[in-house]
Ligand binder design. Structure first.
Ligand code: ZN
Length: 293
C-alpha cells in the first residue's frame, strides 16, 4: 500500500516521483468531493422551487437515491459513473478484501470499507477479467486483496502510522522497520493510486496443481496461493518484485505474474510484487472517497 522513497531505494526515482506527485495532489481530492456534492446541491435548488408536499416527496426520492443499497444488495447504480463491482464482471475471481477485516497491517477493519467488495474502474475490472480468462485454463485463478481504496481509508492508515503506541502487527508486517520511520521511508503516504480506482493488489491461487505446474513453480497444492516469497503488504525488501535473493521458483512466479498482467495493460510497482495499475488509467488525478459497500 505504500510508496518507497529514494532515501531508502536509490534509483527508485519513478516511484518517488509518483509518491510526491500524489502527495501534492490533495487539491484533487477536494475537487472530486466538490463535484460529488455539487450534484446533490443542484437537486436541492430544484427542490426549493417546488411547493411543500411536492418538494417533500421529491426530496425523499432524492435522499433514497443517495442511500446505501438495502439488504446488502449491491447495484452498480450505487457507484460513481465508470466504476463497477469486480464480482459483476469477473465472478470467479477470488476476493479476500483484507482491509474490511482485521487480517491486515493495522490489525483491525479500515475506515471506509463497509463491505468486503472489490470495486474498480470498468476498464481495470475488464482487464482483470481478461487475465482471469487466460489463467483459468492453466489451473490457476486470480485472488484480489485490495482494489479501489477510499481516501478515508488512506487517512486511517496515516492516523495509524502516527500512533506509535500501537505496534501489535509489527512482527508480521514491518519486522525490520521502526514504526517511527514508516512515513519517512515512504511506506505510508497521504495518497494512494488505489484511490484512483484502477490499481489492484492480487496474487494467484492454484485450482489444478498438475496443470498449474506447467507455468508456475514450487509447492502447488490445490486451493493454496502460488508461492510469491513474501506475504501481501509485508513492508520489506523481500516484497520487491525483482529481489534477487529469493528462490528461483519465487523469482519465476513473480515474473510470470508480471508478464501475464502486462499483456492485459497492467504495470507493476517494483517495490510490491502484488500491486498493479492499469496503464493508461481513466482517472489520473482524481482521488475518490466514496465508501466501499
Ligand atoms: Zn496496492
Amino acid at each position: 500500500m505504500w510508496h518507497f522513497r529514494a532515501a531508502q531505494q536509490p534509483g527508485r526515482d519513478r516511484a518517488t516521483a509518483q509518491a510526491v506527485g500524489e502527495a501534492m495532489d490533495s487539491a484533487a481530492v477536494g475537487r472530486a468531493a466538490d463535484t460529488a456534492m455539487g450534484a446533490v446541491a443542484v437537486s436541492g435548488q430544484q427542490v426549493g422551487r417546488l411547493a411543500g408536499p411536492a418538494a417533500a416527496l421529491l426530496l425523499a426520492t432524492l435522499l433514497a437515491g443517495c442511500a446505501a443499497p438495502a439488504g446488502g444488495e449491491r447495484q452498480d447504480s450505487a457507484l460513481p459513473s465508470g466504476f463497477v463491482y469486480l464480482h459483476a464482471v469477473a465472478p470467479d475471481v477470488q476476493q479476500d478484501m483484507r482491509y474490511h477485516g482485521s487480517n491486515n497491517f493495522i490489525g483491525r477493519p479500515v475506515a471506509g470499507y463497509q463491505a468486503p467488495a472489490c470495486i474498480l474502474s470498468e476498464p481495470a475490472a475488464r482487464a482483470v477479467q481478461a487475465a482471469q480468462a487466460q489463467v483459468r485454463p492453466l489451473g490457476l485463478t486470480i485472488k484480489v486483496f485490495d482494489c479501489y481504496r477510499p481516501q478515508t481509508a488512506v487517512n486511517d492508515f496515516v492516523r495509524w502510522g502516527s500512533d506509535l503506541s500501537d505496534q501489535k502487527t509489527k512482527p508480521g508486517y514491518y519486522p525490520a522497520v521502526p514504526k517511527t520511520e514508516l512515513f519517512q521511508r515512504g511506506y505510508i503516504a497521504e495518497k494512494s493510486g488505489h484511490s484512483r480506482g484502477s490499481t489492484v493488489d492480487l496474487t494467484l491461487v492454484v485450482v489444478d496443481g498438475l496443470r498449474a505446474s506447467k507455468v508456475v513453480r514450487g509447492p502447488l497444492a490445490d486451493g493454496q496461493e502460488v508461492d510469491m516469497g513474501s506475504p501481501f503488504d509485508l513492508f520489506d525488501a523481500r516484497s520487491h518484485t525483482d529481489n534477487p535473493h529469493l528462490s528461483p521458483d519465487v523469482q519465476h512466479n513473480r515474473r510470470w505474474l508480471r508478464t501475464l498482467l502486462a499483456q492485459h495493460g497492467f504495470r507493476n510497482l517494483p517495490e510490491e510484487w502484488w500491486h498493479y495499475t492499469l496503464d493508461p488509467e481513466p482517472h489520473t488525478d482524481r482521488y475518490f472517497d466514496f465508501a466501499v459497500r
